[in-house]
Ligand binder design. Sequence first.
Ligand SMILES: C[S@@+](CC[C@H](N)C(=O)[O-])C[C@H]1O[C@@H](n2cnc3c(N)ncnc32)[C@H](O)[C@@H]1O
Length: 195
Amino acid sequence: MRNDNWTFFQAFLRSPQVVASVIPSSSFVERRVVRAADAMRASVVVELGGGTGGITRSLLKATGSHSRLLVIERTAKFIEHLQMIGDSRLDVVHGCASSIGAELQRRGYPAADSVISGIPFSTMPEALGVEIIAAVHDALAPGGRFVAYQFTDRVVDYARPVMGAPAVEYELCNVPPLRLFTWRKEGNPRGLNGA
Ligand SMILES: C[S@@+](CC[C@H](N)C(=O)[O-])C[C@H]1O[C@@H](n2cnc3c(N)ncnc32)[C@H](O)[C@@H]1O
């Protein structure tokens, strides 16, 4: 974990706008994200911005043996950390979150049941933020969840026109404290008739 913190800090110094935090999320955030995403019931989960993999590991612990976790990470330095997790359910892609649809399609997955995002919507160009939200919405299965843990509410400006108002939670046990925004895509989850 100390090694993760150092790697994270170095990546932040190199690219503060992209990494957006000086240390990885706390274990409190990890637990809250897993719960909000309903990861225990998901078959296909996508994580945008895996960093050094704390939330990735928590998601793998929570999900079933037949689930799939696709992580899309833009910072090259984090890729080997994520690959070192070494779980056959995990697939790590070096790229931008906007490619979520293409990456799911490439693997033959019809949609994602949960999308989790720590990417910093507040520091990216507006056009990219709008593009990523549209791509996430398209990629989600009916009834699927989108969870964004953020230091600002910029993501809500982009997502509200597409997905409506989110549920909001606060996590104070993190440096700095952050908010979780959760959206649920319209429609019934796969395999359920809504009864
Ligand atoms: C605040 S860090 C969160 C890292 C980790 N999930 C955690 O909670 O500790 C944001 C992460 O998003 C990644 N990132 C930023 N923009 C991205 C993009 N457009 N596509 C994919 N990853 C991105 C950064 O490289 C960084 O790993």
